[in-house]
Every structure is written in structure tokens, then in C-alpha cells.
Design a protein around this ligand. Structure first.
Ligand SMILES: Nc1ncnc2c1ncn2[C@@H]1O[C@H](COP(=O)(O)OP(=O)(O)OP(=O)(O)O)[C@@H](O)[C@H]1O
Ligand SMILES: [Mg+2]
Length: 324
């Protein structure tokens, strides 16, 4: 498998009164071409910050990458000029977010909004061809009556249709990598399943690789080839999906599994929550950051941060239980 993106030792900080507070801390992972990497973890673990770091989209001057390498298609993209990075962001790497409404302009119809992207990134499409091209794009993402929908305004579309329009918009430049940050969180369960199916279809048909971010392990399990589990700014487990899903090794990953509703539980309230909360950035405990919540902790866990151990070739785990 050929790597499309390789991130090595990425650290992104929030700078406050001269103090660097890590939001993403020494994170390494890769995404193979035409495959799906799932990113999972509770709220505040650093999933979005990791995704935004990749193309320098961090919010405000106080957030910055302080170390690490982001290699995309053979180029170290965190060490190139902003002008060159702009060629990659929005064209080769595109994003969709949780709330499509906030990304669509309420006063422009769908055709006007999609046309802007075509004019920017698909110079070969002439003005006469645009309508036909856009109809095809909406068909690709499964929108019914595309001619009519092109003339609609965002408020006339359902939540699922808006997300499909956003996906169409992000696919128009034919990106090599689509970053989908909680793309189904705002949608109800049946629509969620349809959007996931659509992402999988797009991967198969266009060859795009997908970084799928969700706090919901069920969503991640559905599509991913590899899975990264984030906790308190770090990746605590990174593995091939089938490996991680059949044998999660980090107690945090195991905890995420125990939070999933299981069929055999007959909906009786047997879900276990992971007790406690994700520590705030800048306020991480010493040792393993998960140890205050960990049911399997022992003395060493509070004293020293575990390295990423590799108990088998397809699995990396930041836990003393996996050291040898
Ligand atoms: N604009 C910002 N400036 C400074 N810190 C921020 C900013 N946005 C988020 N953070 C902090 O960065 C850390 C990581 O947040 P991030 O949004 O990446 O988490 P997440 O895993 O995406 O969570 P969620 O599931 O809620 O989207 C959190 O501690 C958060 O408080
Ligand atoms: Mg987020």
C-alpha cells in the first residue's frame, strides 16, 4: 500500500502568556492512498486540531505547529510557503464539517456556490458546460432532481441534502484526501448510514482517501481501514481496523467499546460510561494521561508516560500493559 499522507511527531500548541500548551502532542500516523483512516476519541481530545494542523488551518495566531513533519504526496507541506500550501488546501486536501449549514452561504443558491468552486479549481470547464457538470456532481452524491436542487437555497434543503451538497463541493476539485470531521453527527441515524455509504462509494469510484473523524466508534468501525484513537492530545492506539476492532489493547479503546450499545443487551441499560473526564489541555496528569480514569492502572502509570509500544506489527499502543 502506498502512503498518501504521513505525519511524524506533530505537536501543535496554543500559546498563552508565553507558555506553550500542547493541543496535539507528538502525534504520528499515516493514511494510505484510496483508504480510510478513522480518528476516534471523546470531545476535546484534539481530533479537529490534528485535522486543521495538516493544512495550516489553525484558528488564530496563538495556535501553531511547534514541531513535526507532515508529508503529503512526497512533499513536506508544513515547511512550504503559504502560497504553495494554498494550492494543496481546498484542491488536493478538502474538508467537510459537522454542520453543513454553517459552511453554506444562506443568500446564494446551490448553483452559485458550487460554480465558485468550479471556477477556482476546474479551469477546463467552460461556462456553457458548468450546468451539466454540476448536475453530474449532484448525481454523484445521490441528490434527486439535481436540476431543481441547483436552483434551491440552503434553507430549502434537508440536513442530509445539505451535507450531500457539501460533499459534492469538496469533491469537485477531485481531491486526493477528504477530511470528514464528524460528517454525520448532526444527522439522524438513517441519514447517517446513507452518508457513510456515500463516502465509501466515493472512495471506490474516485480513489479519494478519507480521514474520518468521529467520537462514535460505530461510525469509525463502519468504514475504516486503519483506526487512530486519540486521548488528551495523543494517539494512544493506532492499528489496522480489523486488529483494533477484534482486540483493542488500550484500556481507553476498551472503554470506548464498552460505551457502545450492544444488541445482546436488549437495550437494558447496561452501557458503561468511562468514569471521569478528559483532562483539559495544559492540565494533563503526569505519567499516562489516562491513568486517573483507568480501571487497569498500576504504580508505574502515574509515574512515567508510556512510549508507543508495538505488541504486534499492525498495532501501536501507548500503555504500560503493552510494554515487554
Ligand atoms: N480556538 C482554539 N484556541 C485554543 N484552544 C482550542 C481552540 N479550539 C479548541 N481548543 C482546544 O484544543 C483541544 C482540542 O480540541 P479539538 O477541537 O481538537 O477536540 P476534538 O477532539 O475535535 O473534540 P470534539 O469531539 O468536541 O470536536 C481542546 O482542549 C480545546 O479546548
Ligand atoms: Mg472536533
Amino acid at each position: 500500500m502506498e502512503k498518501l499522507l504521513e505525519v511524524k511527531n506533530l505537536t501543535t500548541c496554543f500559546v498563552q502568556e508565553g507558555r506553550e500548551i500542547p493541543l496535539v502532542d507528538d502525534v504520528s500516523f499515516f493514511i494510505n492512498k484510496n483508504s480510510v483512516l478513522g480518528f476516534v476519541g471523546e470531545s476535546g481530545c484534539g481530533k479537529t486540531m490534528t485535522a486543521l494542523s495538516l493544512t495550516g488551518l489553525l484558528p488564530g495566531k496563538n495556535c501553531k505547529i511547534v514541531s513535526g513533519k507532515i508529508n503529503f504526496n512526497g512533499q513536506t507541506i508544513n515547511q512550504i510557503k503559504e502560497k504553495d500550501l494554498k494550492q494543496i488546501r481546498g484542491k488536493e486536501i478538502t474538508y467537510i464539517f459537522q454542520e453543513p449549514s454553517t459552511c453554506l452561504n444562506p443568500v446564494l443558491n446551490i448553483k452559485e456556490q458550487l460554480s465558485e468552486v468550479v471556477q477556482l479549481y476546474c479551469k477546463e470547464i467552460s461556462p456553457e458546460q458548468i450546468n451539466q457538470f454540476l448536475i453530474k456532481q449532484l448525481e454523484l452524491v445521490g441528490i434527486r432532481s439535481p436540476e431543481e436542487k441547483l436552483l434551491s437555497f440552503p434553507h430549502q434543503l434537508s440536513g442530509g441534502e445539505k451535507q450531500r451538497v457539501m460533499i459534492a463541493m469538496s469533491m469537485i476539485p477531485r481531491p486526493a484526501l477528504l477530511i470528514a470531521d464528524e460528517p454525520t453527527t448532526a444527522l439522524d441515524v438513517t441519514i447517517q448510514a446513507q452518508i457513510l455509504k456515500l463516502l465509501d462509494k466515493l472512495r471506490q469510484e474516485t480513489g479519494v482517501a478519507i480521514m474520518l473523524i468521529s467520537h462514535d466508534l460505530n461510525v469509525i468501525a463502519e468504514l475504516s481501514d486503519y483506526i487512530a484513537v486519540m486521548y488528551a492530545g495523543q494517539i494512544v492506539e493506532f492499528a489496522k481496523a480489523e486488529q483494533l476492532l477484534s482486540k483493542p489493547l488500550h484500556p481507553y479503546t476498551q472503554g470506548l467499546f464498552e460505551c457502545l450499545p450492544k444488541k445482546e443487551h436488549n437495550n437494558q441499560n447496561k452501557l458503561k460510561a468511562i468514569i471521569g473526564e478528559v483532562p483539559k489541555s495544559g492540565n494533563f496528569p503526569t505519567g499516562c494521561r489516562f491513568h486517573p480514569r483507568c480501571p487497569q492502572k498500576f504504580d508505574k502509570c502515574a509515574q512515567a508516560m508510556p512510549a508507543l509500544f508495538k505488541p504486534n506489527p499492525d498495532q501501536e499502543v501507548r500503555c504500560w500493559l503493552c510494554s515487554d
